[in-house]
Each structure stands twice: as C-alpha cells, then as structure tokens.
Design a binder for this molecule. Structure first.
Ligand code: ZN
Length: 129
C-alpha cells in the first residue's frame, strides 16, 4: 500500500525531524543527511529533565516516563511530533507528548531500567573517606 502522506522536515537548528501522524514514520536529519535516532533524540531532548514515571493507560509498555523541557524554547521541539500519538522513534522506544511534557515509553526492559534509574540517587556513593 502506497502512503499518500507528505513528510515535512521540522528543523531545530541543524537537526531535522520527520514524525508522521499518518504512517508513523520517524526520520532524523542533520544538514541534509540522515541522522542516527539516538543522536537525534540527544540533540533535541538531551537536556529535558525526568520528572515522573507513571503507569501507562494506552501506551505500548507498562510505564511512561515524563520529561520537562528546560526552557520554553526547547519545549517547542515537541511540536515536531503529533500530540498524544505514540510513534516508534528508535528500537524499543516510543515517544509522544501532551503539548507540555515529553512522554517516553520504553518497551525494551533494559532500556526502561536504565532510563528509570535517572530519578534515583546512586547507591554507589556510599563509602568512607
Ligand atoms: Zn507518513
């Protein structure tokens, strides 16, 4: 089936993203070249702050991680993605947003564990000096 959707790239500086609400395609671009999804995510959302983990209702995995944008300007990066529609952005990782918060849903248990650990303090800091 040939899709009739148009894939417009939304640019934030030199980082471009396509997130298609019709067919679910996600593409990352950097100055006209395809960009690795992990790198694209890091560029757009690397400074977002994990604020809560919640059970999901209609998400692809049991838990959803909510991230807050550090500034009003970075929050506009969310607008490149369709609101309240889960898209698979990279292996094992789904993304959406509610207009305010970045919502990530890892279906990969290892990834989920790594991401969830971000809110907790590390027990390895226990020690004597
Ligand atoms: Zn499409």
């Amino acid at each position: 089936m040939k899709s009739a959707c148009r894939h417009n790239v939304t640019w934030d500086g030199s980082t471009g993203v396509v997130a298609c609400a019709s067919c679910g395609a996600v593409e990352w671009w950097s100055d006209g070249r395809p960009l690795d999804a992990a790198e694209g995510m890091a560029r757009l959302f690397g400074r977002f702050e994990l604020v809560s983990t919640m059970p999901s209702l209609h998400a692809p995995a049991p838990n959803v991680l909510a991230y807050r944008a550090p500034t009003r300007r970075t929050r506009t990066r969310l607008e490149a993605f369709p609101i309240r529609q889960w898209l698979l952005v990279s292996d094992g990782l789904w993304l959406t947003h509610d207009g305010t918060m970045l919502l990530l849903c890892p279906t990969d248990p290892v990834l989920a564990s790594n991401m969830g650990n971000g809110v907790e303090t590390s027990p390895q800091e226990v020690g004597t000096r």
